[in-house]
Design a protein around this ligand. Structure first.
Ligand SMILES: Cc1ncc(COP(=O)(O)O)c(C=O)c1O
Length: 447
């Protein structure tokens, strides 16, 4: 019997503060003070699979899929594969009843090789290559989201049967919330602006192509949106455009894809978009817009990516050195960095960090966790509190790294990309193995 069994209150005292809004659903701290996810100690993942490593909580991913389906029972939920795609992830989300949104022939091939039904795949992209379009046509993907005049021409001339398409429009709805990135406005590369007649012109062209079957409109307002109001404005403008298409061409569009971009918290206290608040907003906006335009209710599709996988992911690193610079910061240098997490340097993203391999009773001190790359901006977490007795060999865990980490990773400095390790019911399982220098050299064919 351990002291913890005799004095259970001690366990709470030993538990580092792990904010449930940031850590995967199955996160715990074991009797040795180690952080576990899916019943697996992160320190064991580090020992067994090496560091850095992306750890993914399968039940967290599945749980988020179910929440979306339960919250939007009438809508289609299409997982945005760009956030994170491996064959296992494609299988989990499709088993949970989600469709898939892909944006390249590579993502399409990955989804198909996981057994995804092509009819439930949507292809996106502001500049799809002819290889992307041919692969989609050959596979028989359910919908292609048209984003340029060139694409209309290419698609109209390719394939045998009629291809179902949506047209991506920009409703000129800005999103100015917490760290949001905006794509639903006039001046950016995606879609056809509704204002100025651009969308109208594209819709007319698509309708004039016998091989294209226009079934709906698409828009995506941006990323990290935490206020549902812009979705209501977009629905109003898109239903208005659908009513105009009916008036001008006699065609009734039945699908309304309002994209993804649902914001999640990265650090304690960050706002997040609550799916049920969004559901109520979408319902009200649809009711209002359809009543005003006397338009039949279209089927809505949502495309969450980050909100499905973001919080299921934790990245584990090993501390390589601790540098205390007199009169300046203390740098905790780890064995990963901007190659496995480009979001800090790219977007100024902020993260929390915790010691995963032990419970420390040392006082907390403010440090910067820096990466190993030859770049001054290679920092993973700035001004975070970590125990003052941190030492080389300790394992650090960074939560909320499931989305746009593995999928945006690079091999900068010829540092091979980390593995993706799924954890569930006490068992770790490698989904993607670590890249090796041999892999990198295999592509270097010019010596
Ligand atoms: C068309 C489209 N749909 C969905 C998404 C997913 O966004 P998020 O992961 O922020 O939900 C994106 C992201 O860029 C996108 O471009």
């Amino acid at each position: 019997m351990t002291l913890l069994d005799i004095l259970p209150s001690l366990r709470a005292a030993m538990t580092p503060r792990l904010d449930p809004a940031l850590w995967p659903a199955t996160t715990h701290v074991d009797e040795r003070g180690r952080i576990t996810v899916g019943g697996v100690a992160l320190a064991d993942v580090a020992d067994h699979f090496g560091t850095p490593a992306y750890v993914l909580d399968e039940s967290d991913v599945r749980h988020r899929c179910r929440t979306y389906r339960d919250t939007f029972p009438e809508a289609e939920i299409a997982y945005a594969a760009k956030a994170l795609l491996t064959r296992a992830v494609a299988r989990w989300v499709t088993e949970e009843g989600l469709s898939l949104d892909v944006c390249s022939a590579g993502e399409l091939e990955t989804a198909l090789s996981a057994g995804a039904d092509p009819r439930r795949i949507i292809l996106h992209g502001n500049a799809k290559t002819s290889a992307d379009l041919s692969a989609a046509r050959a596979a028989g993907v359910g919908r292609i989201v048209v984003d340029s005049h060139t694409e209309i021409t290419l698609l109209a001339a390719s394939g045998r049967g009629r291809q179902n398409v949506l047209v991506r429009v920009t409703p000129d709805v800005g999103v100015r919330t917490h760290r949001a990135l905006t794509t639903g406005v006039h001046d950016q590369k995606f879609g056809f602006p509704i204002s100025g007649g651009h969308a109208e012109d594209a819709l007319r062209r698509v309708l004039g192509q016998p091989r294209l079957n226009l079934i709906g409109l698409h828009c995506h307002l941006g990323s990290q949106i935490t206020d549902p109001a812009p979705f209501a404005t977009a629905i109003d403008r898109l239903v208005g455009t659908m009513a105009q298409v009916r008036h001008d061409h006699g065609t009734i569009l039945t699908q309304l894809n309002i994209g993804g971009g649902h914001g999640i918290s990265y650090t304690t206290g960050d706002p997040a978009l609550d799916p049920s608040t969004l559901a109520a907003t979408v319902e009200d906006a649809l009711d209002d817009a359809c009543a005003r335009h006397r338009f039949p209710r279209p089927r809505v599709t949502l495309e969450p990516g980050r909100a499905i996988v973001g919080r299921a992911g934790v990245t584990v690193y090993r501390v390589l050195s601790v540098k205390r610079i007199e009169g300046a910061r203390t740098f905790v240098c780890v064995d990963g960095g901007m190659s496995d997490n480009p979001r800090v340097a790219r977007y100024g993203a902020r993260y929390g960090v915790a010691v995963a391999n032990r419970h420390s009773t040392a006082p907390a001190t403010v440090v910067t966790v820096a990466g190993r790359h030859c770049e001054a901006g290679d920092e993973l977490a700035v001004d975070v509190s970590l125990p003052a007795d941190l030492r080389p060999g300790d394992v650090l865990a960074v939560p909320v790294t499931g989305a746009y980490h593995h999928s945006m990773a690079s091999s900068y400095n010829a540092v091979p990309r980390p593995p993706v390790v799924a954890v569930a019911h006490g068992v770790p399982r490698e989904l993607v193995r670590r890249e090796t220098v041999t892999d990198l050299l295999r592509r270097d064919v010019g010596a």
